[in-house]
Design a protein. Structure first.
Lengths: 223, 103, 103
């Protein structure tokens, strides 16, 4: 997606930036035009404010898989929290000082014999308040079509090969629930702090296309 | 008739693990949906319905947030929050303004 | 959850463990019951609560009375004729009560 050089949230008149010369044929895409127009009209009608738009984007930017990783790390460290998370997920989030979210959270637990995978075949439902915005592949035709029908093949494409004695449970987020996979705590993490545990929990582990690996204690893995 | 968006189980290709940093305009679209829902001017299901109504070609051709802004706009028109006329006039103004700035 | 319905919410008919079948139907509109489970039998995994009907919300109507929503668990090998996974593999789908019948 081409970022407009003078794209400000608060106003759309381009401000001259010292040293930046815009392209002569820099045209706005039709839908970008539409976005600007609709937003301006709504602001003029008093239905939204520029400040509110800015604020929502800041909140959006502040949400990342690190939030979900904290939830997982706590669940691995505290069995009472884990039980609460599995039973009344949103309440457990509040205990951690996180947004409880406006959707009911269903946390599904991976064990030695069960592996969970999340998908939204109909659109792109995703636990955004815990993981941030979903990656393109999660919203793609190929993932949405195949994750329900051939989950093991899709997992292999992500590099995850499950043993034959592992049962795969796919969850299609079709209505008002939102999901998070609670990965199984890997061996070799005994005695780790929550911070160290959280560092090995990636976004992909919480969707179910990966499992956490006990690499160097405290090593940060990329999502 | 099965709708194009209802794709669970359809044959499809390999999952390419692509992602992109969202452009500012895309985040603004997302923010608009959140804010308009909060003031009761749109629901997630209206958003979805208007995306589903795009038809297969447009659905596949448009990017994710292009579908969203199209759908938000449709919903606002359907609800009488904005009119086609004021939208058309404003889009033309924005385009002219942008051309002037990039002369 | 079960008991008397009200003008605001339909009473829940099903409980976890109940065997249900997804009604076969094919009408246009905004539907959250995916094509691939229609006509299939499954088991109620849990009662999710009652929520306004998305089929109505999609048209800016209230969606009331709210419908009970369930997670229904299906055996993958029964859903897909060519399922290549393990016999115990499952798929859980959220389905509104008005799409479910006792099996």
């Amino acid at each position: 997606m081409h970022e407009q050089p003078h794209d400000h949230v608060s106003h759309d008149q381009a401000e001259p930036h010292a040293g930046v010369r815009p392209d002569a044929d820099d045209t706005l895409g039709y839908y970008q035009l539409m976005e600007i127009a609709v937003r301006e009209i709504l602001i003029e009608k008093g239905l939204v404010s520029a400040e509110a738009v800015r604020s929502e984007i800041e909140k959006m930017d502040a949400r990342s898989p690190a939030l979900g990783a904290r939830v997982v790390a706590r669940a691995w460290s505290d069995s009472a929290f884990k039980s609460k998370l599995l039973e009344v997920g949103n309440d457990a989030l509040e205990d951690l000082g996180l947004e409880r979210g406006s959707y009911k959270l269903v946390v599904v637990e991976n064990t030695a014999n069960v592996h969970n995978l999340l998908v939204c075949t109909l659109c792109s439902c995703y636990p955004r308040w815990l993981l941030g915005l979903p990656p393109d592949w999660y919203k793609s035709r190929n993932y949405r079509s195949r994750a329900v029908r051939e989950p093991r093949a899709v997992l292999r494409e992500f590099g995850l090969d499950l043993r034959n004695d592992v049962t795969v449970r796919v969850h299609d987020s079709t209505a008002d629930m939102r999901y998070l996979v609670l990965p199984a705590r890997p061996e070799g993490t005994e005695g780790w702090s929550e911070k160290q545990l959280a560092a090995i929990v990636t976004r992909d582990c919480m969707i179910g296309v990966a499992v956490p690996k006990a690499l160097h204690r405290g090593t940060e893995q990329s999502a | 008739m099965r709708s194009h968006h209802d794709m669970g189980g359809r044959s499809a290709g390999r999952v390419e693990a692509t992602e992109h940093d969202y452009a500012l305009w895309e985040k603004r679209v997302d923010a608009l949906l959140v804010l308009l829902s909060r003031v009761g001017r749109i629901t997630t299901d209206e958003l979805r319905k208007n995306i589903e109504a795009l038809g297969p070609d447009a659905y596949d051709r448009m990017t994710y947030y292009e579908r969203w802004i199209h759908s938000i706009t449709q919903t606002l028109i359907q609800r009488g929050v904005i009119t086609v006329e004021e939208l058309g006039r404003r889009m033309a103004q924005v385009e002219a303004r942008h051309k002037d700035e990039h002369r | 959850m079960s008991g008397e319905g009200t003008p605001q919410a339909v009473a829940a008919r099903f409980r976890p463990g109940d065997h249900v079948k997804v009604r076969w139907a094919d009408a246009p509109g905004h539907v959250r019951t995916p094509w691939y489970v229609r006509g299939h039998a499954g088991v109620i995994e849990r009662v999710c609560g009652t929520y306004p009907n998305p089929e109505e919300l999609a048209y800016a109507r209230s969606g009331l009375p709210a419908q009970p929503l369930y997670r229904v668990r299906f055996v993958q090998a029964q859903v897909w004729p060519d399922y290549a996974g393990r016999p115990l593999d499952t798929i859980d789908v959220e389905i509104y009560q008005h799409w479910l019948e006792p099996a």
